[in-house]
Design a protein around this ligand. Structure first.
Ligand code: URA
Length: 188
């Protein structure tokens, strides 16, 4: 059997060559993942922004710096977790992902999750949460709840970009992350 690392490398090459939707025309770099293929915790965001598009690394801009702090707040480092997005290419001007872009790109995320097989998936914001749990889910209703994604625990929380615009919501994200940490410690 191929190793997780080999399978993820092959997937990354596929993403970099992908032309399933028009976003490849405007991207600088495809943004596949950061962190460890051995991670027990996966964070799923929405799509690369300007800084991520330039760097080819997810969550390196302002929201990314907050995510890095959130990971630190539960005693972990970015290299202990696996970080990815629903869309691998930046939507121009950071507009919201289109349904057809999400449909085209979702198989890559599903494959990433199937290869890494974490104990917990933490979705960041409405787009990632809907992508994995279904379009009728409300992030304000489900955040902090333990859900199921194909047999894996999934906990939605607020997107760090939302937290930057709404600092009072940070206390809820902090509660959600403490729950994530507790579940990781008890083995899920
Ligand atoms: N916002 C996201 O959802 N993903 C990133 O990679 C950066 C910002």
């Amino acid at each position: 059997e191929r190793s997780k690392e080999q399978r993820l490398l092959r997937l990354a090459h596929e993403v970099e060559a992908c032309r399933r939707c028009p976003l490849y025309r405007t991207r600088t770099r495809a943004v596949v993942s950061d962190g460890s293929h051995k991670a027990r915790l996966v964070f799923v965001g929405e799509a690369p922004g300007r800084e991520e598009d330039l760097a080819g690394i997810p969550f390196v801009g302002a929201a990314g710096q907050l995510l890095t702090k959130m990971i630190g707040a539960i005693g972990m480092r970015r290299t202990d977790v696996y970080i990815c997005n629903v869309l691998k290419d930046r939507p121009p001007g950071n507009r919201a992902p289109l349904p057809e872009e999400m449909e085209a790109c979702l198989p890559f995320l599903e494959e990433q999750l199937a290869i890494v097989r974490p104990t917990i998936i933490c979705t960041l914001g409405a787009v990632a949460t809907k992508a994995l749990l279904g379009p009728h889910i409300s992030i304000t209703k489900v955040r902090g709840q333990v859900r199921d994604y194909h047999g894996t625990l999934l906990i939605p929380t607020f997107h760090p970009a939302y937290l930057l615009r709404n600092p009072p919501a940070k206390k809820f994200a902090w509660e959600d992350l403490k729950k994530v940490k507790r579940l990781l410690e008890t083995g899920g």
